[in-house]
Design a protein around this ligand. Structure first.
Ligand code: CMP
Length: 668
């Protein structure tokens, strides 16, 4: 059927030859042919010349022939030079048709993922130009377009973007196993995003580059529900028909891997979600069935309770075959016991609450921290033998603001402000609360800074902040969008930016900064330090100094939360979650995740700071400490336990009038 003498035939003859056998005229011919192809318009002439030398010809006689199947390994990239093909996806059927000049098949190569769709010819005599993986990778950087748009039924469903900046440039460049850059998700439907992430997961490749996955797990609540995600994961898990053959890269394994990563990122709060609990239950049953079918590669040990707390479930993937060793990826819960230690607050921890009446006498109730306001009121009323009918709880703050606590609010103890008091009365009595004057906080004579070393304070404050930070449910953090001169050096040394900024702000308070006589007594070396540290506090240019400092040291583990919350709020409000075509704006998700990555990565490491309490017997005080900073000795009058309690119980004065009075007393 070929006319031997036409230029078309000469071209095909040239393309059919092995590349190394092509003459220079033939290369020229191929070059002319591809010069104006739609799929190649953005490539330089030089790249087109390179392509001319490697392109191969592929011909399909019939309509309905399969070029490759979904799930196959990606071996080539194709350009349609004549005819058309259907893109077919399991469970969906034909999602789109590609025509002359279109290309397909680069996704699997670039992402090292299985083919995302089956490609079937829809016309007889289809012709393709094919570039094999090896050649593709050689000229990859230029061959590949910066943006890939996947369509289903005429509409964009996934837009992938090549990250232009490098890691040093500050964005999450996504580098593939052979060192080339991979695609970042730019926008897409929630379903397509999940599927793309699942298909590109490569738990067996190290180092792992899972920004897309991590960003998704942190932010998916912005655009889909946990229920929908769980349904989709189960559906994908069961969509793979397995026949007992070993399949180290199976989809089932990727699903399980994603769930394990999800549990690490979401902390133990992950499994407190009922939807997640049900999902895990079903998933576990499915896995158990598969294991019965002798699918050795699925032998995951999934533990659903640990010794310490019965409500805790977690995945342990000491897997046979050693392919999916999640444990070493992120050691968030190295063992159940240390997991338990990480809980700064447990649901059933009891707290003592002082509940005042209008005469300012109080009742003390001991209640589990998780009680609601209503349950707390009931407990208090029971104690004083009063009917809880109509009783409400109010928070009276130091500045005399009164705030009614909603009935269903949980954990009253942790949600009230510093130095405020709880009052219980009926709604009619609310006005009387306004006349209540809270007494100033008492300053205990024992809280004298000199008795505890700055290093010890910094250590215990950091330990405490660390525990608190580890109890932040990171995905939930996103949904909230709406002195002693050695102390701050030590906090900075421990990477506790939160504590560091708190101390610096405290020192900057007018009641302290006005104490010129005291400041003058400070050795110049410390005053210089203060000046230096103050520049970190400088809010100009969006806190540039702080950001430079944090990004220049690898040691910042606990960020300055108010600034973080401000950044997140700006990013959330300044960017739509969905673009105008209804696709999830995943650029926003990358942005939000980049902001909290410091927290995520901080949490995934252990707080391996050195405790200063290395007690050595001293003839005088019995309590000598060696500073880990410079191995110098200094004396402490406290034991580690005492200094820990000191940092926990130190009273905080937020009342500026009182602070000014104290300051005036020191230096009139
Ligand atoms: P790859 O995964 O290598 O193989 C199947 C190809 O189909 C895929 O790369 C894309 O190039 C192409 N394709 C086009 N539209 C879609 C779509 N909606 N979903 C998945 N793949 C698509």
């Amino acid at each position: 059927y070929l006319n031997q003498s036409s230029p078309d035939t000469m071209l095909r003859t040239a393309l059919r030859k092995l590349p190394e056998h092509r003459t220079s005229e033939e290369l020229e011919l191929i070059y002319d042919e591809i010069l104006h192809m739609k799929a190649l318009t953005q490539l330089s002439d030089q790249v087109k010349q390179q392509l001319a030398a490697v392109l191969q010809f592929e011909f399909y006689h019939k309509s309905g022939e399969t070029i490759f199947h979904q799930g196959d390994e990606g071996r080539s990239w194709y350009i349609i030079s004549k005819g058309s093909v259907d893109v077919v996806i399991q469970g969906k059927g034909v999602v789109c048709t590609l025509h002359e000049g279109d290309d397909f098949g680069s996704l699997a190569i670039v992402n090292d993922a299985p083919r995302a769709a089956t490609i079937v010819t829809t016309k007889p005599n289809c012709q393709f130009l094919r570039v094999d993986k090896y050649d593709f990778n050689k000229i990859h950087e230029e061959v590949e377009s910066k943006t890939v748009r996947l369509k289903e039924h005429g509409k964009d469903v996934l837009i992938l973007q090549k990250s232009l900046k490098t890691k040093e440039g500050g964005t999450s460049a996504y580098v593939g196993s052979r060192g080339q850059k991979r695609y970042n998700i730019s926008a897409g439907t929630a379903e397509k995003i999940v599927n793309h992430i699942l298909e590109s997961l490569q738990p067996w490749v190290k180092p792992r580059h899972e920004e897309n996955l991590e960003d998704f797990l942190l932010t998916f609540r912005f655009f889909t529900t946990t229920q929908k995600l769980c349904d989709l994961l189960l559906q994908r898990y069961n969509s793979e028909v397995v026949n007992g053959a070993e399949c180290s890269r199976s989809l089932k394994k990727r699903v399980v891997y994603l769930v394990v990563r999800w549990s690490y990122i979401s902390t133990h709060l992950f499994i407190q979600d009922l939807v997640v609990q049900n999902f895990l239950q079903v998933l576990r049953e499915n896995i158990a069935e598969d294991i019965q079918k002798n699918l050795a590669y699925l032998e995951l040990q999934i533990r659903f309770s640990c010794d310490q707390c019965n409500s805790c479930q977690y995945f342990n993937s000491d897997e046979v075959g050693n392919v999916l060793t999640v444990g070493e990826t992120i050691q968030r819960y190295p063992s159940p016991s240390s997991h338990d230690e990480q809980c700064a607050i447990h649901d059933n921890d009891e707290v003592l609450l002082k509940i005042y009446d209008l005469q300012s006498s109080y009742t003390t109730v001991k209640v589990p921290i998780c009680l609601t306001c209503e349950e707390t009121v009931n407990a208090a009323c029971e104690k004083i033998n009063r009917s809880p009918n109509k009783m409400l709880l109010f928070e009276v703050q130091e500045n005399n603001d009164i705030h009614a606590i909603p009935k269903h609010q949980m954990s009253v103890a942790t949600s009230t402000k510093l130095n405020s008091r709880l009052y219980m009365c009926i709604p009619d009595e609310r006005d009387e609360l306004a006349s209540i004057q809270l007494p100033p906080p008492t300053i205990q004579p024992t809280t004298c800074m000199e008795t505890v070393s700055s290093l010890e304070i910094a250590y215990h404050v950091t330990q405490h902040d660390w525990q608190l930070m580890n109890n932040i449910h990171l995905p939930k953090l996103l949904s909230f969008i709406p002195i002693n001169n050695r102390l701050f050096s030590s906090l900075k040394m421990y990477g506790n930016m939160f504590g560091f900024m708190a101390v610096m702000i405290g020192i900057g308070n007018q009641a302290i900064s006005r104490l010129h006589g005291t400041w003058d007594k400070l050795p110049t070396k410390y005053r210089k330090l203060v000046d230096e540290f103050e520049t970190i506090l400088d809010p100009s240019r969006k806190h540039r100094n702080y950001r430079v400092f944090v990004s220049s040291t690898n040691s910042a583990r606990i960020p300055y939360f108010p600034l973080l919350m401000k950044d997140l709020t700006f990013q959330h409000e300044g960017n739509d979650t969905f673009n105008k075509n209804g696709l999830v704006n995943f650029e926003k998700m990358h942005m939000l995740s980049n902001s909290i990555r410091l927290v995520v990565h901080g949490c995934s490491r252990s707080l391996d700071i050195i405790q200063p309490a290395c007690s050595v017997l001293s003839s005088k005080t019995n309590k000598v400490i060696i500073s880990p900073l410079n191995n110098q000795f200094f004396e402490s009058t406290k034991t580690a336990e005492e200094s820990r309690n000191y940092t926990r119980e130190v009273s905080v004065i937020t009342n500026q009038i009182l602070l000014n009075e104290m300051s005036n007393k020191l230096e009139p």
